[in-house]
Design a protein around this ligand. Structure first.
Ligand SMILES: Nc1ncnc2c1ncn2[C@@H]1O[C@H](COP(=O)(O)OP(=O)(O)OP(=O)(O)O)[C@@H](O)[C@H]1O
Ligand SMILES: Cc1ncc(C[n+]2csc(CCO)c2C)c(N)n1
Length: 259
């Protein structure tokens, strides 16, 4: 079975490439309607395309200038201009919409669709926009996806499952989550300067019959996991590489360090 590599190098400065992992991904950023994580400007710099989900645009407008207290808010806002704002447009403020529309941001009003979330709508936009260019795979980073309202969090995790063939990483200030599809073996390069040691492996949607890992304090050895039985939470990464193989899709989560 083919290996799939994972590496959180998007949390490191773009000037400091990581030698251990040679993953070259084409990053896209979705900003949701929650407080921007402290590393939002870094994610913005890594991304080639940036989209706000509805009220996420208010966060960029209100909070990006707070990261640069010595610069004029209007300058910061023009520098951090989203490529698009997409959603059902019930949360974005009028002044924010007008501001970015004037700067040339594409506004995509999908208020007719009340069956999919704004994150779902943004992921569809990213996938349609970026066909596989020169073999480099797309990875969608989602800021503000965790913490806050539980129905939103679960809706965001459901997007990982609905688009299981697309690399999507949900982020908060405290941790990240992504899917490990069952049709691959996984090699996770731990960036110990910025992430870990706490981590988890969680079956989603259905019980998992057998999972095997290396590199964890409590490794799984052909272990079954299910809600109501064993799931691997409060696990700890031991070294620089974790490997995972499983007969079902698993969620991988790892803590992000407060520097
Ligand atoms: N508290 C939260 N926790 C996690 N994700 C959130 C939270 N609030 C918003 N989001 C994410 O940001 C997206 C845009 O937020 P927004 O508030 O514009 O959504 P919404 O469609 O108006 O939600 P609702 O109508 O349910 O309040 C949501 O689809 C969701 O993915
Ligand atoms: C069974 C069912 N439950 C909830 C909603 C509501 N809903 C789900 S996604 C969404 C858009 C949020 O921006 C809304 C309003 C629905 N349509 N169907």
């Amino acid at each position: 079975m083919e290996w799939m590599c994972h590496c959180s190098s998007f949390l490191l400065s773009p000037e400091k490439p990581n030698s251990a992992c040679s993953l070259s991904l084409n990053y896209a950023l979705v900003i949701l309607n929650q407080s921007l994580p402290r590393f939002a400007p870094l994610l913005w710099d890594h991304a080639h395309v940036r989209v706000c989900a509805d009220g996420g645009a208010n966060r960029v407008y209100d909070e990006m200038p707070l990261f640069f207290p010595h610069q004029q808010p209007s300058h910061v806002r023009s520098r951090y201009k989203p490529d698009a704002i997409k959603g059902d447009m019930d949360s974005i403020r009028r002044e924010v919409l007008d501001f970015y529309a004037k700067l040339g941001t594409k506004i995509i009003d999908e208020s007719h669709d009340q069956d999919t979330t704004d994150l779902h709508k943004c992921v569809t936009y990213m996938r349609d926009l970026t066909p596989k260019v020169d073999g480099s795979e797309q990875c969608i980073l989602v800021a503000g996806a965790l913490g806050g309202r539980f129905d939103h969090e679960i809706g965001n995790i459901n997007v990982l499952c609905r688009f299981s063939n697309t690399r999507i990483i949900l982020l908060s200030d405290d941790c990240l989550i992504h899917l490990l599809p069952k049709n691959r073996h996984h090699k996770i390069f731990i960036q110990s300067s910025i992430e870990g040691p706490h981590c988890g492996l969680i079956p989603i949607g259905m019980p998992s019959g057998s999972s095997t890992t290396t590199g964890l304090k409590w490794d799984l050895k052909d272990t079954a996991m299910r809600f109501g039985g064993l799931i691997s939470t409060s696990n700890v990464v031991k070294g620089e590489i974790v490997t995972v193989q499983s007969d079902s899709d698993l969620l991988w989560t790892i803590s992000i360090k407060k520097l």
